[in-house]
Design a protein around this ligand. Structure first.
Ligand SMILES: Nc1ncnc2c1ncn2[C@@H]1O[C@H](COP(=O)(O)OP(=O)(O)OP(=O)(O)O)[C@@H](O)[C@H]1O
Length: 288
């Protein structure tokens, strides 16, 4: 374990270091339109089938790191250094069309505010079936059938009924399940959940987290979970990376990092969280 007291990164060996690496990020740098660098050399390793959490205060670079992996950076924001490797393929050098092909087929994501990713005037089933036609190449009838199956697999009761509903007719938790269904249509290997449960109430959040855990177990999905909520990270993730000011200050097994943080900033995050229910974090960790 190499742990330095203040500004240096605290890195602890992770339990699943022996597993095949699905995706690795090395020295990732991202700059915004005026040239300001906002991600300063981030390293991440995602072993196949693992669940990796990214925590840190607002603006610390978690989302841009994820968007760089997806090849979905906002206009004017660019990768200026480093490598993102999916097995043997270096992604940053690929043409945009190839990046788009990989999204959905190999890499997928769900974000906060699912309603904004759906067309309000088309039923959710028709939108899901359309994704199945485009990404998987299913014919109309097969796509409809598969869409209903997927809605059922997402834990939605009466999936035929849900299929025919418009986004405004569904709750936030139901919409997020529909978005998760859409994101996994083509059986991706990696799913990034960026604050995907933040807007949901606690009970619904727990159900969606359970769904993600099941998808990981049943499909061998690798998860990247971005959350402000340490309890969410504690529940889902084997490994955690603590972001601060565009860099990673601490990395290690979630349990160890949350129980005995090595970096002062991680300690501060946990102390702040304590006031809002760190007991939930500790309870969940001790149940594992
Ligand atoms: N489109 C953009 N144009 C300019 N600056 C941006 C843009 N998107 C993000 N930034 C800046 O980049 C930095 C990193 O942002 P990022 O969204 O990755 O942080 P974050 O850790 O995900 O925060 P949050 O938890 O609030 O989503 C911040 O300083 C942010 O203001």
């Amino acid at each position: 374990m190499s742990v330095s007291p203040d500004s240096a990164t605290a890195v602890r060996p992770v339990a699943d270091a022996g597993r095949e690496t699905l995706l690795s990020v090395r020295g990732l740098r991202v700059a915004v339109a005026d040239g300001t660098e906002v991600v300063h050399g981030v390293d991440l390793d995602l072993p196949r089938g693992s669940a990796v959490g990214l925590v840190g205060e607002s603006g610390s670079g978690k989302t841009l790191t994820c968007r760089a992996i997806l090849g979905l950076l906002p206009a004017g924001v660019e990768v200026t250094g480093g490598e993102i490797t999916l097995r043997d393929t270096e992604l940053t050098a690929l043409p945009a069309a190839e990046r788009a092909r990989l999204r959905g087929t190999h890499l997928a994501a769900v974000f906060q505010d699912p309603a904004s990713y759906l067309n309000p005037s088309i039923t959710v089933g028709a939108q899901l079936a359309e994704v199945l036609r485009v990404k998987v190449g299913l014919a109309r009838r097969a796509a409809r059938q598969r869409a209903v199956e997927l809605l059922r697999a997402m834990g939605l009761r009466h999936p035929e009924h849900v299929y025919a509903q418009y986004p405004f007719e569904l709750s936030g938790g139901m919409l997020q399940r529909v978005l998760i269904a859409m994101s996994i249509t083509a059986d991706p290997e990696l799913l990034i959940a960026d604050e995907a449960t933040t807007a949901l109430d606690v009970t619904v959040q727990a159900e969606v987290l359970e769904l993600l855990t099941e998808l990981r177990r049943e499909r061998g999905l690798t998860l990247v979970v971005v959350s402000h909520d340490l309890a969410v990270i504690a529940q889902l993730c084997d490994t955690v990376h603590v972001f601060r000011d565009g860099g990673v200050v601490e990395t290690g097994p979630t349990r160890q990092v949350l129980r005995a943080p090595a970096h002062p900033y991680t300690r501060e995050l946990i102390d702040n969280h304590e006031r809002f229910g760190i007991d939930r974090v500790r309870e969940q960790r001790s149940r594992r």
